[in-house]
Design a binder for this molecule. Structure first.
Ligand SMILES: NC(=O)c1ccc[n+]([C@@H]2O[C@H](COP(=O)([O-])OP(=O)(O)OC[C@H]3O[C@@H](n4cnc5c(N)ncnc54)[C@H](OP(=O)(O)O)[C@@H]3O)[C@@H](O)[C@H]2O)c1
Length: 248
């Protein structure tokens, strides 16, 4: 059961309620990030985020995927979490095609080194041809081998620029961006002020200081202010949605 605390209190939200609450604003492109953190600020336990989640978090995680044009992730998250196979359920694909969306959201991965195995389940089992966003400095041999299983796009000289990444996706009709992390990607996007929204699940768990926070490596000293759009609760976990204060 998921209860809505804000904008106004309401109990046991249905999937349709939640999809309406999390619908993307009309502005395109829109870069939404979805993270989970423990109460003491860790983004992972023993190297992965799954132990922090509960049923409500997993439900919201799936609903956010359902609404997106593209799921964007960093290569570190792919390597840690083992992304493979369809990222939405069969029910989700029906919901999407009924609304004129592609059956599956696109999958885009940011990697500077292209240190990904072309024979891995990530590529073998994906229902869509992944898009790899990399840099001009990457080893051409890596580009050659991964081009057999994915579209490789140069999106920066030495590092992938967040704004270049967003416009590359938008130019492909993928304006509803759902970035599932990880912390380095979030830091890179914050450094370019390219984050439109943060959906953050606050898990009622304490990890004792293990794991990085949800943002890492941003050398931009600016503070970024977001506005609370909604707040949900389930089984002592809080699910907040913060958007750019000036977005709507
Ligand atoms: N709590 C959560 O919601 C959540 C979500 C996601 C991940 N995580 C956790 O976060 C940890 C992984 O963290 P992470 O920071 O390594 O993951 P990450 O941000 O997904 O990936 C980092 C990698 O992305 C590539 N990258 C990042 N910025 C880049 C840029 N500007 N240009 C080019 N490439 C860039 C590099 O890949 P290459 O090395 O291939 O060049 C880098 O090693 C795992 O423990 C995972 O479980 C938690």
């Amino acid at each position: 059961m998921i209860n809505q605390l804000l904008p106004r209190s309401a109990a046991d939200r249905s999937d349709d309620d939640l999809l309406a609450l999390y619908d993307y604003p009309s502005k395109r492109p829109w870069a939404r990030f979805n993270f989970i953190a423990s109460l003491d600020g860790s983004a992972a336990h023993q190297g992965v985020s799954a132990p922090l989640g509960n049923e409500g978090d997993r439900r919201l995680f799936g609903l956010l995927r359902r609404l997106s044009d593209v799921i964007l992730i960093g290569a570190g998250t792919v390597r840690a979490e083992g992304y493979a196979g369809p990222l939405v359920s069969e029910g989700d694909t029906r919901w999407r095609t009924d609304r004129g969306l592609s059956a599956h959201p696109a999958l885009a991965i940011i990697s500077g080194t292209l240190g990904l195995d072309p024979d891995s389940d990530l590529f073998r089992l994906s229902p869509v041809r992944p898009l790899l966003l990399t840099t001009a400095a990457v080893d051409p041999e890596r580009v050659r081998s991964l081009s057999e299983v994915a579209d490789v796009v140069i999106a920066g000289a030495e590092s992938v620029g967040a704004r270049t990444c967003v416009s590359t996706l938008n130019d492909r009709g993928l304006g509803r961006i759902l970035c599932e992390g990880g912390p380095s990607i979030f830091g890179a996007f914050l450094a370019e002020d390219a984050v439109d929204e943060l959906c953050l699940s606050l898990s009622p768990l304490l990890t004792g200081g293990q794991g990085s926070p949800i943002a890492a490596g941003a050398d931009n000293p600016e503070l970024h202010r977001l506005a609370l759009a909604s707040l949900l609760e389930s089984d002592s976990a809080l699910y907040g949605r913060w958007t750019r204060a000036t977005s709507r």
